[in-house]
Every structure is written in structure tokens, then in C-alpha cells.
Design a protein around this ligand. Structure first.
Ligand code: FES
Length: 97
């Protein structure tokens, strides 16, 4: 329910900044690392997009590139919703947080 109003929240997970939001009825977790040269993107509510502070690249709420130079979408982190909680899955070690 925390995300139904369009909220976008940041978490630190396995030394990565992860952005969590609801997009088209699904919880999405995006790695903040820009696919250009790895700067962390920031959520800009007034633009409705994630913006990279290094070279101005931008991504939509689903992580798709809307302004280059990033060559690829933001990487999606595996996530499940269980008992009303959002759980990020550790792809490397199988653990969760
Ligand atoms: Fe993000 Fe260059 S590192 S646009």
C-alpha cells in the first residue's frame, strides 16, 4: 500500500542503491546504477523520471531509457511481495533482505 500513490523509495542493498516503486500494478525494484558509466541515478518526481547526475541520461518509471547516453535500461532487481512486505532477493547468494 505504501507504493500505490506513486511513491518511489530508495534502499541500500548489497552495496547498491535500489529504487522501489509500483509500475502498472506491479512492484518494481531498479538498480540505481546508470548503464552508461555507473553513476547512481536520482528520482526526480517533477520530471517523473530517474535522472543521472553525470551526463544527464534519464529513465522512466519502468527503467527504460528516455534520454541518452545510457545504452540500456536500468537493471531490475528481483523482488517479491509477501505478507504486505517488499522483499529484495539476493541473486548472488540466495538470501533476502
Ligand atoms: Fe549516467 Fe553517463 S553515467 S549518463
Amino acid at each position: 500500500a505504501d507504493y500505490s500513490g506513486g511513491a518511489v523509495k530508495a534502499f541500500d542493498f548489497n552495496d547498491h542503491r535500489i529504487w522501489v516503486l509500483e509500475e502498472k500494478g506491479k512492484i518494481v525494484a531498479l538498480d540505481a546504477q546508470c548503464t552508461h558509466l555507473n553513476c547512481n541515478v536520482n528520482w526526480k518526481a517533477e520530471r517523473g523520471s530517474f535522472v543521472c547526475p553525470c551526463h544527464g541520461g534519464a529513465f522512466d518509471r519502468a527503467g527504460n531509457v528516455v534520454l541518452k547516453p545510457p545504452p540500456l535500461p536500468l537493471r531490475q532487481q528481483k523482488v517479491v511481495v509477501h505478507g504486505g512486505r517488499v522483499i529484495l532477493l539476493d541473486e548472488a547468494g540466495g538470501g533476502a533482505s
